[in-house]
Every structure is written in C-alpha cells, then in structure tokens.
Design a protein. Structure first.
Length: 1079
C-alpha cells in the first residue's frame, strides 16, 4: 500500500517528500488474553521497528476488508498509444471551478462543502500543494485520509466512508479531535513523532474501537502515516492510507482457538476429562468466548444403543467459564423434559434441530434476566447474544452434551462468526467420537475383566507376593539415581549412586561430576559433549563412563586380584519447566565394571586365539618350507646320481665319484634335517601328552658342552664365526666332575640355543659366539647378570631328580652372540609355541619354530628356568640353569650313550658343510661349464638362494643342462649382479641373463622385496627391458603363490621339483616374455 502511494507521489514533482526511512511500530492488540485493555499511548510507546517503505508494497498486504483496491492501470514503463491529434486539455482537479458534471457523488459532496468555514479556507485560496494532495486522496484506490494544517483538517476519499461509519459526512472538513475523542490520543502521539522526525510511521494490526454501526466495534487496522513537507521543509500535513485487517486478525485468533482445542482434546481418555479439556481450550479466547457453560447428558454413552426417546434427558453441569459461582443460570442438574429453568428451553430447541442455535435476549428461550450479573471476560460488558451447540459424535444422532457460548459484545454475529461456530461444532463432534469409541473399548475390557474375575481372585495372592518381591528387588537394585542442575551442581542422589561413584556423602558443597571421571581430557571432552546434547533438549542420552573410583575383582580359581577403574552406563534426560526451559538433568547409572572386565577378558582370549591361529599357520608354513627344501635337494641330488650312473662309461673318474659321494652326503644331510624337524614335532607331542620324561645318567657336563660346541665347528668355520667356550670360576670352585642329569635333554637345549646364535650372527660384520658353563649352590636370582628368567609355568617334580637336602646344586649355561639383538616386539614372541622372533631361513635350514618353546619345557622339567637379555645392535645372551646332583664316575664297561652317537653323526654333517662352504658356490664367478657344451651362446642363470646346500645342488644340475650359473646369497647381491648385465641402463657390460631363479625367504633382502625393487627400476628406466625372474620356493600355499605373482614374479616353481620340470618352465616363461616384447 505504501509503495502505491509513493508511486503517486513520484509523479507529482511538486511534492517535497524526502523520507530517509520509515519508523514502523507494530503494537500488540489493545486487549491481551486475559482481557486487559491497552491504551493507544501505551501501544505507541513500545519499541519501533524500521521497515523501509519501498519494501512494503501495499498490494502485498491484501485488499482492504470493505473496499477492495482497483487496478491502478498499466505499468509506468508500458508505452501509451499516441493520439492522432492533440486532445483539448480537460481539468480533472475537483478543487477548481469546473463545468464538469460527471464527478462522483463523494466528490460532489466535497465540492458542496463550504470550505471557507473550515481552517482550510475557500477552495480558491488553496495552495497548489494542498490541491495536489486533495486530488491524490480522491484517486487512491483504497481508504485514504488527509490531515492538513495546524488543525489537522480532514479530507478523505469515498473508500474511507465505511471506516468513518456514522461520522460521515460530518467528518469531512472537520478536525479529528472532536470526532474521534477516544482514539485521538493514539494519533496525537504519532503526529507528534512525524512532525519531529519527518519520517513515516507504520502501525500494523492496531486494535481500535469505533462506533461505526451503532455499537462500539472491535476492529484492527494497518496505518501508514506519511508526513507532507511544505516549501520551508516543515510538516504541513499527513497522508494516511489505511487497510482494515479485522477479518484476518479475527480469523487468526479463532483458528488458534480451534487448534488449541484440538490438541487438548486429543489427550483426553474419558468423557469427564474431555469436558475439562474443552473448557480449558475455550478459556484462552476471552473475546470470542466471553463466557461458556458446558452440560453433559447423564448416561448418554450407556444409552447410545437405545432409541433417543428412551434416553435419559437429564443434564449435569461440567464446568463454566466467566460465570460466577452459584449464579442462577448455572444449575447443577437440569432435566430438559421437566424443567424450564436456566437454559433448558434452549437445550430442547437444540436437541430438536441438532444444530447450533443463535439466541438473543428477545427470544423466548433466552430470558432477558438470565445472564444478569455475568460480565464479559473480553470487555466486561453483558452479553446480548448466545449460541447453544449440541455435542454429538460424528455419524450418530445421540447428543452427549450442550455447550453454551456467549457472543463477542463488540462484534456482530456475521458470516465469519457463524463459520467459526460451525467449525467449533464439527470439531467437537469429531473429537468426542474418538472418546466415545475409547470408552466403549474400555467398557468391553471391563466386561472381559469381570469374566476373568474368578481366575484373578485365585491368582491375586501370588500376584501380591510377586509385587512384594519386585518392590524389594527395585529397592536393592544396583542402580544409582541422580538429579543435577543444568550448571552441573548435584541436587540429589540415592545411596547406590554414592556407592558406585565414590562421591563423598556430605552435605553442602558437592564435587563436579567431571572430577569423578577418569580417562583424561578426551573422556572429559566426550562427557561435556553429551552434557551439551542434554542441554540442547535431546530426549535421552546414554553412554559409558570410566570413573576414577578403583574397582577390584578376585579372579576365579586364583589368589590374583584384578584392579582397574569403575565403569558405569549412564542414562540421562532433561527435565523441562512450564515454559520449556531445562529445569534439571535426571538419570541413572549402572555399574558395568564386571561387564567391561568380561569384555576385556573375552577380547584378550579372542586375540590369543587369533595369535595362536596365526602362529599355527606360520608353523605349518615353516614346517612345509623346511620339509620341501631338503626334499628338493634330495630329488635333485638323486637326479644327478642317476645321470652319472646312466652314462655308458664303465669306469668313473675321481671327479664323477666325488660328485656321487657329494650328492649322497647331501641326501643324508637333508634327511637328518627332516628327522630333526620330526623329532621337534614328536617332542612337542610328548609334552602335550605328558609322556616326555627326564632320565638322569652319570655324565660330565663340561664334556657335553665341549662336544655341543664341536658339533657346530664346521658351520662356524664356513661362516667365519669365532666360537669360544668359557668355564666360570664357580664351576672350578665347586670341583664339579660327574653329575646326575639327562645328557640328551641338556644337549637338545644347547643345540637349539647355538643354532639360533649362529643364524642371528651370520649377517653381521662381527661374528662371535660364546658358550659358558657355571654352577651355584643356590637357585639363581631373577635379573642375575641382567638375565630375565621366565617364571616356571607349572610345578614339575621328578623323583629321579630328588637328592638329599644340601647335596643338590644348579648348573648354569649361557650362549652369547654378536647378532643384531632383539626389539621389544620380537622379544615378546620368544619361548612361545610355533613362534619365531625372525621367521626366515638363513645360511642353514631353519627349525620348526618350536626350539625355544621346547627348550623352556625341557629346562623346567629339569628343575630350572630359562631366560635372556638382548639389546638391539649389541647382541643377545640366552641362559638357563638346571638342577643336578654330584655322583661317582660310571664303570668302564658302560656303553656309549645315544647322545654320543648322535654327536658323531652331527659332526659328520658339519664336516660336509665345511667342505661345502669352502667351495666356489658362494662366489659370484661362474661355477663350471660342461665340457659337452660347445655352443657359442651360453645361457646365464642367476640363482638367488641363501641356503648353501640348495645353491650347490641346483647349480650342479643346471650346469649339467649346459647352463652357465651365477649365484647370490640375497636380493641385494642379485640387484648388484644386474649392474653388470645388458639390463642395466648405465652399465657398460652387455652380458645377458637368461633367467633369475630366486628364493623368497632370505636375509638382508627377501625375494618379494627384491622383485618389487627390480620392477620399480624397470618402471623408472634404470633397468632396460623385462628381467625374467622365477620364484623357487618351498612356500606352496595358493595365497603364497598368488602373492609372489602379484609382486612381479613371472612364474613360481614349488619345491621339491625335477630339473627337467624347471627347464621346461624356464623355456615357457622366456617364450612368453619374447611374445610380449614383440607386441
């Protein structure tokens, strides 16, 4: 609306309006919900809100209630038709003398007024600005009024007549003070502000009261008060476009009443409750429901299945609104058929018509004196009209009650009011239908309950007993209850809460809950986040909290005690006050420490099971690897022997006989290695079955130690290892010579420790191993010489080891090496079943992963313990001690022990390895070339294998197949060898490599790492072409083969294999590579 006025003003260039903005005040209604009237001056004094005029288009507010706005014509930017000739000018100014006769009646009225009798003076004396504003008012398509001059003389258009009401036409040309004395205080304040600021003021939905239709009428208006500036810059008048919003405000208020009523009645569960909710819902609208009375028909629901004629017509008063206590019209019990008191006559009419009845004081059914003494809640005026609404369920003719509602004393009972009453009647019908259905279901349930009464009485005693038990259980349940302030201050908690949390039971100051929480800043931050969620109004928060209070548990079946922190499961929810604010935080906590402990135990067991499974899989892989490796050597050595024997020559040369003897020794060594693996597995099986026994015999322990070290002399020489024996002073001081112990079990432990020491020392620059022996009368202490002895897992006692008190002593053994040492993670794996600290095969065949585990078992069975100390980069020391007793030397006729014979066999094996290590196998030079091969093109094979036996056997077989063989001990040496071939981009040599045969399990750099490095060098151009590489491995599982192919291997050959199979696979791989390069 304001924008439309501004559009008109912009066309009138003489009008000096320069509003920097508009001050818009939106006062609340003059009457609040409780009926208190607010004066106009109070409404004006409320804080103003700035709304730019150009953003408030009058059209956006909707048409005026009584005079809809007309189309303003074409838009300004739309081109107008050009006339063919200039028309004669016509004067449209109604303020000027004119011969026109087509003025509207309202304009004619304005022209007929003797303006000389007004403060504005005769029309002929009006200023141009006044004439322009007077014409602007008349052409405005909506109600508009102009206040001009110091006396605010009024000029208004035809659309304003309805708003003027009975004050028309005497309002025209008059001052508003005398016409609207009740409302003028409101406008005087606005005029004053506009004069002072020169800014427009908007007031939205102002509640005003006018006598326009013969009564004081409640109405709502939206005003735009626009100050008009004169030539000197002062305010000379006010233009006020007006839009009446009465219908919208009333519709909004009545719709709100219906919505509130629907929400309240939806929660009712009985007719009695329903009547209360109906009255409650109507209480909020004091103007449209100035008073109300609600009657229910007695026993109506019970009689609904009978005819209406038989239904009892006695009504009972359920409640009133705005009616004084003991008022004559508020009869508690009313018989419609027999009585004519109160509203009984009106109820009869409503019962007959079955619709809302509008009654006035003049009607017979509405005695004039009936409402005497009842003041309107809205305006404190007696009601002149009422409406009686029958309340009945939808689709039923049975009336359940009557609602008497007073009519707003300052609004006419028009179509809009009538529609509100109709909607109220429909809503009551639909909502009461649900209540009737619910009560019917309740009655059916009651009937069913009566049918089952006999059974209920029989079980009543049991139920009472169960209830008593349940109450006792609830009183002693381990659940803590608490109530906190929103700021975290404890209000109340039960005894269980104090017991669970450990909070001191004191009065006065309380500890903040955050101080009870354990887990550091992360736990406190998480609790703060949950607390914030509660303060944000979330219905329920549930989470686990670790408290600082200690929690202990006696482990079942042991004397050990588990100590930890208390864990609780907290459930909390916000408690709201009547205005929707958070009043407090309530909730419970449950001690779940036992559950968390059980979860931890279960998780540890799961991890142990997974680790055991992993160790078993590694054990199977290692056993498979260690069994296949010697099998491959056996098969290839056998092929070599067969090849030599199948020759047509009758006599053999010394070299051929030496080769046959070498192959046979290889077969014997591999068979002995397999036997050791099987012995380990059998030893483990005996341990599991408790069948392994210790058989002490008379033996010299120093002799056993010396021969154990001598067993490995060949291997130490082959690997440049300095092996020494140290006899401690404690051994000599005690004059130990012959003792009772099991030499086989002692030797088994020593062999395991020395084997591990050799393997771990081979890759190092400094290679030293020291075996020491000592003695002690007392059991060695924990951490003696920094040795961390493992505690005995089980108490083992053997009658053969028992000796008279004071006669036993302990032999101490230690094996030290200069290996790489062990990290903390690797140390954790030691002495476990199927576990190796470094699961790799090195220079010699590795074991089954059971060596240290068996060593620990054997040591404990002999009354001792085993332990170690290790530091990364400085080496390791493995030490153990066993119980022994002195004895006399055996008789000379005693037979040689089995351990001695085993020692001799092992010595032979070591001698073979010494010869093997002294050969050319470990060098990178060519081994040999068969004299039978006279081809010019020699095919070079590179064998990358850390095992000396495999190197020798495979090299010999490939030489017999007329290949030139080179060897490397690990992946780094293999890559270094490629530097001297045609594949190396920056190399000068052009030697070719027909095939690289690479083991997977090697020290320094394993096969998978090496092939990945080779393929990476191919990608970046440091290696030219595709290097053919085949994996030769004892890892035969499908996943292991797939892993090798994925890493970059061209093919995989699993041990054991025949040499012919290997040759065929090499040719197939080579042909595939050539085809790939041709493409």
């Amino acid at each position: 609306m304001v924008s439309s006025i501004m559009d008109h003003l912009s066309d009138l260039s003489q009008l000096a309006l320069n509003p920097p903005g508009v001050i818009s005040t939106t006062p609340a209604s003059h009457a609040t919900k409780n009926g208190t009237q607010v004066t106009a001056s109070e409404a004006i004094s409320r804080p103003a809100q700035e709304i730019p005029v150009q953003d408030q288009r009058r059209g956006s507010l909707g048409p005026a209630s009584n005079a809809p706005r007309q189309d303003l014509g074409p838009a300004v930017d739309k081109p107008l038709p050009v006339p063919l000739c200039d028309p004669e000018p016509v004067s449209l100014d109604w303020t000027l003398p004119s011969s026109r006769t087509d003025f509207s009646d309202h304009v004619k009225l304005c022209r007929s007024i003797d303006w000389s009798q007004t403060p504005l003076g005769p029309l002929s004396s009006w200023s141009p600005q006044l004439r322009q504003m007077a014409n602007l008012v008349m052409i405005d398509p909506g109600p508009c009024i102009l206040f001009w001059g110091p006396q605010s003389t009024v000029i208004y258009n035809e659309h304003y007549i309805l708003m003027a009401g009975q004050n028309h036409p005497r309002l025209m040309g008059s001052d508003p003070f005398s016409i609207f004395p009740d409302a003028w205080d409101h406008f005087a304040t606005i005029f004053k502000r506009c004069r002072e600021t020169g800014q427009a003021i908007r007031q939205v939905d102002v509640n005003m009261f006018f006598n326009r239709h013969g009564y004081i009428e409640e109405a709502y208006f939206t005003f735009d008060m626009l100050p008009i500036l004169g030539s000197e810059g002062s305010v000379v008048g006010f233009l006020e476009p007006v839009r009446e919003t009465t219908k919208e405000k009333l519709a909004e208020r009545r719709l709100s009443t219906l919505l509130c009523l629907g929400q309240l009645t939806a929660d009712a569960r009985s007719l009695k409750d329903y009547w209360k909710q109906v009255l409650h819902g109507l209480t909020l609208n004091g103007r449209d429901v100035p008073f109300a009375m609600l009657y229910s028909v007695q026993n109506a629901v019970e009689k609904m299945n009978h005819s209406a004629g038989l239904m009892t017509q006695v009504c009972e008063l359920e409640g009133t609104i705005g009616v004084p206590d003991n008022h004559p019209c508020a009869i508690q019990i009313l018989d419609m058929m027999k009585s004519s008191d109160g509203f009984a006559p009106a109820f009869k009419i409503a019962l007959k018509e079955r619709t809302a009845m509008h009654l006035q004081r003049s009607d017979k059914a509405f005695p004039e004196t009936l409402l005497n003494g009842i003041e309107s809640r809205g305006f404190e005026e007696p009601c002149q009209e009422i409406v009686v609404l029958p309340v009945y369920p939808t689709a039923s003719r049975d009336i359940l009650g009557f609602l008497v509602v007073g009519i707003n004393t300052r609004r006419a009972y028009d179509d809009q009011y009538r529609q509100f009453i109709q909607l109220l009647e429909r809503q009551l019908s639909s909502s009461v239908a649900g209540i009737v259905l619910l009560e019917e279901e309740m009655r059916r349930a009651e009937v069913n309950a009566q049918i089952a009464a006999a059974d209920r009485d029989e079980l009543l005693g049991r139920v009472e007993e169960m209830e008593t038990r349940f109450k006792q259980m609830a009183e002693h349940a381990p659940v803590g209850m608490f109530n906190y302030e929103p700021d975290g201050t404890l209000i109340w908690a039960n005894a269980t809460w104090y017991e669970i949390t450990g909070h001191p039971v004191t009065t006065g100051a309380t500890l903040p809950f955050m101080e009870l929480i354990s887990g550091g800043e992360a736990a406190v931050e998480e609790t703060n986040r949950r607390w914030s969620a509660l303060l944000d109004g979330r219905a329920l928060v549930r989470y686990e909290i670790q408290l600082k209070k200690p929690w202990m548990k006696q482990l079942p079946g042991t004397d050990e005690t588990f100590e930890g922190n208390t864990w609780v499961l907290a459930s909390a929810y916000p408690e709201f006050d009547e205005v929707g604010g958070i009043k407090s935080i309530m909730g419970t906590i449950t001690d779940i420490s036992e559950q968390k402990w059980a979860e931890g135990v279960q998780d540890n067991r799961r991890k142990e099971a997974e680790e055991l499974k992993r160790q078993q899989e590694n054990f199977i892989d290692m056993v498979s690897h260690e069994m296949r490796n010697p099998l491959s050597a056996i098969i290839q050595s056998s092929d070599g022997i067969i090849g030599l024997l199948s020759s047509e020559k009758l006599l053999r040369t010394k070299e051929e006989i030496a080769d046959i003897e070498d192959s046979v020794e290889t077969i014997l060594l591999c068979a002995q290695h397999q036997k050791r693996i099987i012995d380990d597995i059998l030893t483990l099986s005996k341990l599991d079955s408790d069948l392994l026994s210790i058989i002490p015999t008379s033996i010299q322990p120093l002799h056993v130690v010396q021969r154990a070290l001598k067993m490995f002399s060949g291997e130490c020489i082959a690997n440049n290892i300095d092996a020494t024996l140290t006899v401690k002073n404690s051994f000599h001081k005690m004059n130990i010579d012959w003792v009772m112990l099991d030499p086989g079990r002692l030797l088994q432990v020593l062999v395991n420790l020395i084997t591990n020491a050799i393997k771990i020392t081979i890759p190092e620059q400094t290679r030293k191993i020291n075996l020491s022996i000592g003695a002690s009368l007392k059991r060695p202490m924990q951490n003696e010489h920094q040795i961390n002895y493992l505690p005995t897992k089980l108490t083992r006692q053997d009658s053969d080891l028992e000796a008279p008190e004071g006669n036993e002593f302990f032999l101490k053994f230690a094996v030290s090496d200069t290996g790489a040492g062990l990290t903390e993670a690797e140390s954790q794996k030691l002495f476990k079943r199927f576990s190796q600290a470094l699961p790799r095969t090195h220079v010699q065949y590795s074991g089954s992963g059971l060596g240290l585990f068996i060593s620990r078992e054997l040591t404990e069975m002999q009354g001792g313990e085993i332990g170690f100390k290790s530091e990364p980069g400085k080496g390791s020391t493995f030490a153990f001690y066993i119980k022994a007793t002195p004895t006399s030397p055996p008789r000379p006729s005693i037979k040689r022990s089995s351990s001695a014979s085993k020692l001799s066999q092992t010595e032979r094996d070591m001698a073979f390895l010494t010869r093997l290590a002294a050969g050319d196998v470990l060098s990178h030079s060519k081994l040999a070339t068969s004299e039978l091969n006279d081809s010019k093109d020699q095919l070079n094979i590179l064998i990358v294998e850390d095992n000396l036996v495999n190197q020798k056997v495979l090299s010999k077989q490939l030489v017999n197949q007329h290949y030139t063989v080179h060897v490397a001990n690990h992946g780094e040496e293999a890559i270094a060898f490629l530097h001297n071939t045609r594949f190396w981009a920056k190399g000068s040599k052009k030697d070719d490599v027909y095939m690289v045969l690479m083991d997977l399990e090697m020290p320094v750099m394993d096969g998978l790492t090496c092939i990945k490095k080779i393929r990476e060098l191919q990608q970046n151009g440091e290696i030219l072409g595709h290097v053919p590489v085949m994996a030769v491995t004892a890892n035969a599982r499908r996943q292991q083969i797939d892993s090798a192919i994925s890493a970059g291997m061209d093919d995989v050959v699993c041990k054991p294999f025949r040499i012919n199979e290997l040759v065929l696979k090499m040719k197939a791989v080579k042909e595939r590579i050539l085809e790939m390069e041709d493409d």
